[in-house]
Design a protein around this ligand. Structure first.
Ligand SMILES: Nc1nc2c(ncn2[C@@H]2O[C@H](COP(=O)(O)OP(=O)(O)OP(=O)(O)O)[C@@H](O)[C@H]2O)c(=O)[nH]1
Ligand SMILES: [Mg+2]
Length: 471
């Protein structure tokens, strides 16, 4: 085994039923034996002679006993200890997990004892990093581990689960396979220029590149464009002039008095973001400062921020006040967002007659709209339905086994696509095989970045830095 032995508390801090201290590495078993006393009752007739500490720990077994400080003889806790020998473990190293009671002091004392016996405190994500470095999982599967931990909706969990099972990895590896096949032929053509006709079948190379690589890459990029909101969240912002009720709606959506609501126009000055689950879709919603002409320097900054955020949003909730609809200020705001995907939210319908029909200006009437009262909650359900409908469009949300790349993957996929397209052109134009080989290799390398076959230290560090300690 190449690495030192690491240890960490693997469960969240705080009081709970059970907490786990995890140890991985070549000394895991000897450390466990130094501090764990197996309960004598469970020995039965097979009780060995001598010290209770000296007994063999069999792999993939659970032992009941106590953690004892060998120096003082003091018992720290009653625990269940699982012993797992390499390679059938998370890290493919020897792993010990100590299931103790979960209290900060007791777990910290056990961890401290483990460290005194020679383990080193694990870095964030280091257990999973070892699983990657040992080849048990690839980078996309390591990323899926974080995605599973961070999943906020069932759908994002399904995406992460499909990724941890190797969905994306298998697709990438199959493309790499085709490319290596092509590269072998191209290199043979370079080495044996007089036998080109025998060593390379240009037509079939063109076809494989076209279907197995370029089409497959384009499909994955499109999958990101269409579906990434399911994993990253749909970015949505509530905008409108001051006092129309944006913050009241925000509070309704998150079911909390998160933002300040007052009858004073210009109450909200900063952008406030929250994550919520709307009909199974993760949505990041932002409340914004009311848009209007103002000299107030604080409001000016807030309005600038709102414009910037709007630009990067997937959906805008454009709110107007039913008791004072379609003012000049509303018109001005609409002009700045009329190219965006938006919902016209007509608020404060409690202040108008039940059969109120707003005279929606020309052009706006084609927009999806909904009447609500943020104060009393009317229309909230229709608004949520509309948000989900616009997010999904006519796409099918059957994400089981669906592969949805993340942004890092998408960037690399596009890079590979660029090289693959250029290789195809060169093949069709009959350019020199040397140039074709270079492009094929670049395509391969960019794909390799995704699964981590072509390891770039900074990318790997970035990924594992997102983990918590103990994972
Ligand atoms: N009657 C009624 N009043 C509402 C409704 N929604 C909001 N209000 C009231 O309108 C006032 C302004 O509400 P806010 O939610 O602070 O409005 P805002 O758009 O966030 O305002 P700024 O942050 O100043 O831009 C408050 O007094 C709210 O109670 C509604 O549906 N009906
Ligand atoms: Mg507000």
């Amino acid at each position: 085994m190449k690495y030192d032995t690491i240890a960490a508390i693997a469960t969240p801090t705080g009081s709970g039923g059970i907490g786990i201290v995890k140890i991985s590495g070549k000394d895991a078993f000897s450390i466990a034996k130094a501090i764990f006393q197996r309960s004598l009752a469970s020995w039965g007739d097979g009780r060995p002679e001598g010290d209770a500490l000296s007994f063999p720990l069999k792999s993939h077994r659970l032992y009941h006993g106590h953690i004892v400080n060998p120096k003082t003889g003091k018992v720290l806790d009653e625990v269940l200890l699982s012993a797992m020998k390499a390679p059938r473990t998370y890290t493919r190293e020897d792993v010990i997990e100590i299931n103790s009671h979960s209290g900060y002091i007791v777990m910290a004392s056990i961890l401290d004892l483990v460290l005194q016996k020679g383990a080193r405190l694990a870095d964030p994500g280091e257990f999973t990093k070892r699983a990657y470095l040992s080849g048990r999982i690839d980078l996309t599967q390591a990323e899926a581990v974080i995605d599973i931990i961070n999943s906020r909706t069932e759908k994002s969990l399904e995406i992460a689960t499909s990724q941890i099972k190797g969905g994306l990895k298998n697709r990438i590896e199959s493309m790499r396979h085709s490319l290596i096949d092509i590269l072998t032929q191209v290199e043979a053509a370079i080495d044996f220029p007089e036998d080109v006709g025998d060593v390379i079948d240009v037509e079939s190379v063109d076809q494989i590149l076209d279907k197995a690589v370029i089409d497959a890459l384009s499909e994955l990029v499109a999958q990101y464009e269409n579906m990434h909101f399911l994993r990253d969240g749909l970015k949505m912002i509530v905008v409108g002039r001051p006092n129309v009720g944006k913050s009241s709606l925000m509070n309704r959506l998150i079911q909390d008095d998160r933002v300040i609501v007052t009858p004073i126009p210009g109450t909200t000055r900063d952008l406030i973001e929250e994550t919520l689950n709307i009909r199974g879709i993760p949505v990041i919603v932002a409340d914004s400062a009311g848009l209007h002409d103002t000299e107030d320097p604080v409001e000016v900054i807030g309005i600038e921020k709102t414009h910037k955020y709007m630009h990067g949003s997937d959906l805008i909730l454009f709110m107007i006040d039913a008791s004072d609809p379609f003012t000049r200020e509303d018109q001005k705001i609409y002009q700045t967002i009329d190219d965006k995907r938006l919902i016209l939210v007509i608020n404060k319908i409690d202040l108008v007659e039940d059969d109120f029909q707003p005279e929606i200006p020309e052009g706006w009437d084609k927009r999806p709209s909904v009447k609500i009262s943020a104060l009393y909650g009317n229309g909230l359900s229709s608004l949520k339905d509309l948000i989900a409908k616009l997010a999904i469009g006519d796409r099918h949300l059957e994400v089981q086994n669906t592969i949805i790349p993340n942004l890092r993957h998408k960037v690399a996929l596009e890079k590979s696509l660029g090289f693959a397209v250029s290789a195809r052109e060169e093949i069709r134009k009959g350019t020199s095989f040397e140039l074709i080989a270079i492009d094929i290799k670049e395509t391969l390398d960019s794909l390799g970045e995704i699964i981590g076959a072509v390891a770039k230290e900074d990318i790997i560090d970035q990924i594992f830095n997102r983990f918590c300690i103990g994972k």
